[in-house]
Design a protein around this ligand. Structure first.
Ligand SMILES: Nc1ncnc2c1ncn2[C@@H]1O[C@H](COP(=O)(O)OP(=O)(O)O)[C@@H](O)[C@H]1O
Ligand SMILES: [Mg+2]
Length: 295
């Protein structure tokens, strides 16, 4: 303790529902829990049936939740990195402060900073468990790749410009700030990345018993493995009598690799705290707890 439990999968499989139910159940058991959703198609507020527009909120005893929006992450990024980016950029080119907005909107910045933000929350929140509802597949996986490469590329590119411009000499004469900053960004990215690979992080893959979702699950499984993320369980959500045969394919493929848990299809969407607290049967809860908290 503390640990980070993250839920991965394509849109619509039940990530937000399951993350919320998991976080709520933990809080009901007496853990202090922080639930953060970084899916930029926000649904946490609908799933929990509480208004989250004013920022992080304690929705139930011991459970604080936060819905991150794209706008908010851009603002936070500017606060944290804007000035540094301006300092590095303006030492290379004659630019004004508009460069900060320009960089903040560059592809990949939002995804990249989302990781930093989750890590930051994890390091600073005084809770037992942080539950992370990740963005839908594409963004999530892309985010991991970007995290791996972003600062390296940025660093190399900036170093090249510095060389080309002869600024390196100037820096060697004592004004070393840009390189120091770039180096600190790189170290930050490394810290975030090694945290995601650490044993404090437990990832859970969520899928549905559909042929097409099996393919996606296979892909995410490979990506997370490649990245070195500790994947603990696969939840097949919305199982019914009609899709038992595909469940067999899931079992064949994944049972030897990680803990497999099934959740039945409910007659109606599990919305609100009461419905969510009943999503997991006692058996499912025990398995999930065993796999992600105690293994
Ligand atoms: N076990 C279930 N039974 C019935 N409906 C479910 C179940 N799990 C999720 N849902 C519903 O499926 C939809 C998608 O779930 P959601 O958690 O928003 O998925 P995601 O976050 O992966 O996009 C929502 O309407 C949700 O209420
Ligand atoms: Mg969602």
């Amino acid at each position: 303790m503390p640990v980070l439990v993250s839920f991965w999968g394509k849109g619509g499989v039940g990530k937000t529902t399951i993350s919320s139910a998991f976080a709520l159940r933990l809080a009901q058991k007496g853990f202090r829990v922080y639930l953060i959703s970084t899916d930029f198609v926000p649904s946490l507020s609908d799933v929990l049936d509480v208004d989250l527009s004013d920022g992080p909120k304690e929705v139930s005893r011991g459970l604080i939740v936060e819905q991150l929006t794209e706008e908010k992450i851009v603002e936070l990024w500017k606060e944290r990195f804007g000035e540094e980016v301006y300092r590095v950029a303006s030492s290379i080119f004659p630019v004004d402060r508009e460069i900060i907005d320009y960089v903040a909107r560059a592809p990949g910045i939002v995804e990249e900073f989302t990781l930093y933000y989750v890590w930051h929350r994890f390091s600073t929140m005084n809770v037992d468990v942080v539950v992370w509802d990740t963005m839908a597949t594409g963004g999530g996986i892309r985010m991991l790749r970007i995290e791996k490469e972003f600062y390296d590329h940025l660093g190399e590119a900036a170093k090249l410009y510095l060389k080309v411009k002869g600024v390196l000499d100037k820096i060697r004469r004592g004004e070393s700030e840009p390189l120091v900053l770039i180096e600190s960004w790189r170290r930050l990215a490394e810290d975030v990345f090694s945290f995601l690979r650490s044993k404090e992080h437990r990832a859970v893959l969520v899928s549905r018993p559909l042929r097409i979702d099996l393919n996606v699950a296979r892909k995410i499984y490979a990506e997370l493995k490649d990245t070195g993320i500790p994947l603990k369980a696969l939840i097949v959500n919305m199982v019914s009598n009609q899709n038992k045969d595909i469940l067999l394919s899931f079992e064949e493929e994944f049972k030897s690799k990680l803990g497999l848990i099934t959740i039945p299809q409910r007659d109606s969407s599990p919305l609100g705290l009461d419905a969510l607290s009943q999503l997991f049967s006692p058996e499912v809860w025990n398995m999930l707890q065993e796999l992600v908290l105690f293994s």
